[in-house]
Structure formats: C-alpha cells, structure tokens
Design a protein around this ligand. Structure first.
Ligand code: S3P
Length: 430
C-alpha cells in the first residue's frame, strides 16, 4: 500500500507511542521459559512481536491476550518441541525473534528449524552461530543465513565470549544460552549495547552480574514468573521528536517513553545540536527508566556522531539523518556499518531516497556525510520504503517539510513496530 503525504504547518499536542519492541520480545521469551503465571502489561502488538508470541505458543507456553496485556503461563526452561511442519519457527521480518530465540533453542533437547521472510533471510546469522556453537549447540545454516537448524543440548558449555561488535541480539542469545550452561558464561562487547536482557533476567531471578561492558550469567534451575510493564519505545518516539524539531512552530509532548541509558544516544546528540528537548517526570517501570519528553522546534547545529554513541541510537540513525539535513553545517556519522545489515541496507536506502528529496546526503561505508541546509525545504517525490518500517517512517516525517506531494511505497510495513503510526501522526499534524 502506498501513502500520499503533504507538508504541514506545525506539530503539536500530546501523544503516547507504542510499547518498546525490544522489551516486549524479551518479556514474552522470559515469561515463556519461567515457571508460573506472568503478566506483560502494555505489550507491543506489532508484527515482529507477534512472531515471538507465536513461536513460544508452539513450544508450550500458554499466552492469552487481554487488551494491552499478555497473560503467560510459562512452560519452564525445558520447552516442548514445536510441531513438525516445513519450519518449526517462523520469525518473519524479526531479527530479534530469530537471534534471541536461538539462544534458548541452544539449550533444548530437540532440533528446531527457524525460517524468516525474504529480508530476514539475507541478514547475517553467523554472529550467533559462532558463540552458540562454542557452547555446544549443533547449528547448520545456509552459509550463515536462514534457515537455521539448531540441535540443542540441555547442558551447554560455559564460555567467555568477546564479541567484536556491539549487538544486543548476540549478547542476549549468549546470555539466554548461559541459563543452560555448566558454569559462569561471560560476554564482552566494545561499547555497551542495550541492556534490557540483563535487567529483565535479573527480575526473573537469574544470577546476572554486570561490570562495565562485561556481563556474567550463571546457570539457572528455574526462572520465576513476573509482572512486567513495558515502557513506550524511544525508537518510535524518535520519529515524533524529529517532526517537532524540524517543523516550524511545533511543540509536542510524548508520554511514558523509555529512556534507558543504553538507548538514549539520540537525545544526547540532539541536545549537543542545540535541540529544545526536556525530559519531564522521570520515574521507573519494571526496572526501566521512563519520562515524558517535551520537544519544541529548534534551530540546530551540525555534530559528529561516531562509534562510541552509535550503539545507543542504532535504530534512530535514519531519522537522525533527516534531522541533520535541517541543521546548519556538515554532520558526519561514522561507525554505523551495521546499518547495512538491518531490515534493508539502511545506508543505501537513506542516501538514495534523500537524494530524491533534494537533500545532500553522501553515503559512506560506515555512515553518512550530511550537508545541512538549515531549514530550506525538501522536495516531495515518489519514494521507496524498501519495505523497511524505519525507512517508511523516516520518509513520512521528511514529507512533513517537503514541498508538493510525497508518495511512499509499501508504507504498510510500519506495522512491524508501529501499527497505528499514521493515525498518531495525523492527530499531531496541524
Ligand atoms: C535489538 C538490537 C539491535 C536493534 C534491533 C533490536 C534488540 O540490533 O537494531 O532493532 O532488541 O536486541 P543489533 O543487536 O543487531 O544491534
């Protein structure tokens, strides 16, 4: 489905964004391997999270949906082999489902096949195959790509694993496998990636110890059921933060947004650019910091963004590029090579579509050079989302400051993380 959008006068009002995708996946997974009844409040009912729910239903967890809440009767650490069919687990478009579930499957006494859609079938799985194989799982793949066949073992070998990238998906897979290991498993990464798994594993009773960029997990006899409340997703809020910053006369409040320090890179960088952003009413839900974010239209200065901050804003880089096109001066982004292996090659997607909008965005192997035009409007055009939810939403926000009409192809892919994106957007556009 294509969508047609036009320039707007201002962005204003107060909104709530949907629940955090990363936290929803983890809450479903840990509740499913816990013992007893868990509740996941304010879960994200998006296409990606539904893949995780379906997978654990197939492996013996009872998951009931009651409005915004999930009621999950856990199957315990030892799951049931999913029914025999062409594939046992279908991860769809969801890298988080495929990679995190692999850590749990590595510790099962059965064999499972994981498949995904066309996009996921091009994304690298070698990064989880390597550590999980070292721990003793037998994994075959299509030359490092899906489908994966995972033959698990109920007792894995504990390892010390040092990853050369900062990736929460690999870290989480290893930590989940560590629950089934024969001793302490330690994971190290160059810059700390999102730590929702560590926080939630602790809440479910696992022995997890964090020391800087090192995490150690001890084997578990069982996990205890929990009552989890999922905060709003800062990666979804990022689109509206951007809209309010770049559309003149805007003033927006986004309520109940998770601001975990491993996810708040965008806010830090925007403040460096001179953005008028206030974090109000700081509080905690389920051991995650949240607040209400107030954003006003701002005149921005260019900045440099490098590998030390990229892991804390990895999913926000496409929308950040849009913001940088509206700043004064040249913004350089480096250390973001991982963008090439997201739902699409986001370096190519962003550079090619921003060129069509008339912005000066040069792609690099690991980032971008953006020549900010300090408020000169973009030009509407026919744009390709590459069926990537974050590209579709980035281009939609770009259209709000583009002259003429912008058409975005396959805009329905926003349902991967933000099913009612266009309704929420409509409500704040003046
Ligand atoms: C995620 C980790 C990140 C992120 C993805 C969700 C997670 O991926 O891009 O959208 O929930 O752990 P990487 O681990 O590949 O950086």
């Amino acid at each position: 489905m294509d969508i047609k959008l036009k320039k707007v006068k201002a962005i204003s009002g107060a909104v709530e964004v949907p629940a955090d995708k990363s936290i929803t996946h983890r809450a479903v997974m840990l509740s499913s391997i816990a013992e007893g009844d868990s509740v996941v409040r304010n879960y994200l009912p998006s296409a990606d999270c539904n893949r995780t729910i379906e997978a654990f239903r197939q492996m013996g967890a009872e998951i009931k949906i009651d409005n915004d809440n999930l009621h999950i009767k856990g199957a315990g650490l030892n799951l049931k082999k999913p029914q025999d069919c062409k594939y046992n687990i279908y991860a769809g478009n969801s890298g988080t489902t495929a990679r995190l579930i692999s850590g749990i499957l590595a510790g099962q006494n059965f064999e499972t096949i994981i498949k995904g859609d066309e996009s996921l079938s091009k994304r690298p799985m070698g990064r989880i195959i390597e550590p999980l194989s070292k721990m003793g799982a037998e994994i075959t793949s299509n030359e490092g790509l899906l489908p994966l066949t995972i033959k698990g073992k109920s007792s894995l070998k504990a390892v010390n694993y040092e990853c050369d990238k900062s990736t929460a998906q690999v870290k989480s897979a290893v930590l989940f496998a560590g629950l089934y290991a024969d001793g302490a498993t330690t994971y190290a990464e160059p810059v700390k990636s999102r730590d929702h798994s560590e926080r939630m594993l602790k809440a479910f009773g696992a022995d997890v110890r964090v020391n800087g960029n090192f995490v150690t997990i001890y084997p578990a006899q069982k996990l205890a059921s929990q009552d989890v409340t999922v905060p709003g997703d800062i990666s979804s809020a990022a689109f509206f933060i951007a809209a309010a910053l770049i559309v003149p006369d805007s003033n927006l409040t986004i309520k109940n947004v998770g601001v975990n320090p491993t996810r708040d890179g965008l806010i830090e960088v925007l403040k460096r650019m001179g953005a008028d952003i206030s974090l109000m009413n700081p509080r905690k839900v389920s051991n995650e910091p949240i607040c209400d974010i107030e954003v006003r239209y701002s005149k921005l200065k260019a900045v440099n963004v490098d590998a030390s901050v990229v892991p804390r804003m990895v999913d926000e880089i496409p929308i950040f590029v849009l913001i940088a096109t509206q700043a004064e001066g040249i913004t350089r982004i480096s250390g973001a090579g991982e963008l090439k292996v997201k739902e699409t090659d986001r370096i190519f997607a962003v550079a090619s579509q921003f060129k069509k909008l008339g912005a000066q965005v040069e792609p690099l192997d690991d980032g971008f050079i953006i020549n900010g035009n300090a408020g000169v409007p973009l030009n509407g055009n026919l744009l390709d989302s590459f069926e990537d939810h974050r590209i579709a939403m980035t281009l939609s926000i770009a259209s709000l400051i583009a002259d003429g009409e912008t058409i975005i192809k396959d805009s329905n892919c926003v349902a991967i993380s933000f099913p009612n994106f266009y309704e929420v957007l409509k409500n704040i556009c003046k």
